[in-house]
Design a protein around this ligand. Structure first.
Ligand SMILES: [Fe+2]
Length: 252
């Protein structure tokens, strides 16, 4: 079976629409999973929720989503983020808010493959710790027995693939060629950080996401161009913080 994992969409509807065109035309997956943060930063929170709800098989709650529905304390977030979280709350219908409330901190998939999905580190999913490097991954040895062979996460907006080895070491596997066959590392736990549809931060403004074939074990990185300027202009017209638009132009 082929599956797709979409993370960190952040109310960027043109990005999600472009990604879904690519998914339908060139991947035709059996299931689409959502790795958290459908809202926050971006100017189309309600429309983005509606599209995610329509295409998603299962998903998890991101920290911005949780801030909107009061499941995390957003008072520590910086002013511009807090402003957009409050603005987002005011834009959502009851049905859209109910959708956010229906999402859990962690999802264990057993039908379309067997994997774990969380927004931040699976060490404690409601705390939303980031995983950027092997040091962050090594803390997961504390909970290794709860991990699956593949554990998909989001939150950092980067693309990374880490392996927890049998001798309690961690290794980062390169995703530079755009695909990795995981058949040779079956039996070890992998942490796949799935990039960001709506706000990539690795210097490439194109949307990023992951697909995985549960039979061939081929994991692929996808990059998709979308109309960034449309999102930048919408952010300006709604008088949302302009920095949230400008960063999209550079993918930072
Ligand atoms: Fe995010």
């Amino acid at each position: 079976m082929k599956i797709v994992i979409l993370c960190d969409i952040h109310g960027n509807l043109p990005a999600l629409e472009a990604v879904m065109r690519e998914v339908r035309q060139n991947i035709s997956p059996d299931a689409v999973f959502f790795g958290g943060d459908v809202v926050g930063y971006g100017p189309w929170p309600g429309e983005t929720i509606d599209l995610v709800r329509d295409v998603m098989t299962a998903g998890v709650l991101g920290n911005h989503d949780a801030g909107v529905i009061g499941k995390v304390d957003a008072t520590d977030y910086y002013d511009a983020v807090r402003y957009v979280i409050n603005w987002t709350r005011s834009q959502l219908s009851r049905k859209q808010t109910d959708f956010l409330n229906s999402l859990k901190f962690i999802h264990v998939e057993e039908h379309f493959g067997n994997f774990l999905l969380s927004h931040g580190s699976p060490l404690n999913p409601s705390k939303y710790d980031y995983i950027f490097n092997c040091r962050g991954v090594s803390r997961l040895f504390e909970v290794e027995k709860f991990l699956k062979h593949i554990n998909f996460i989001g939150h950092s907006h980067y693309l990374n693939l880490f392996l927890l080895t049998g001798d309690r070491k961690t290794i980062e596997l390169s995703l530079d060629t755009g695909e990795v066959n995981l058949a040779s590392v079956m039996g070890y736990s992998l942490i796949c950080v799935c990039g960001s549809v709506g706000q990539p931060r690795d210097g490439d403004p194109r949307s990023s996401f992951i697909s995985f074939d549960t039979e061939t074990k081929l994991l692929r990185v996808h990059r998709v161009e979308y109309n960034v300027e449309q999102t930048v202009q919408k952010i300006k017209s709604l008088r949302l913080p302009v920095s949230f638009g400008e960063r999209l132009l550079h993918g930072t």
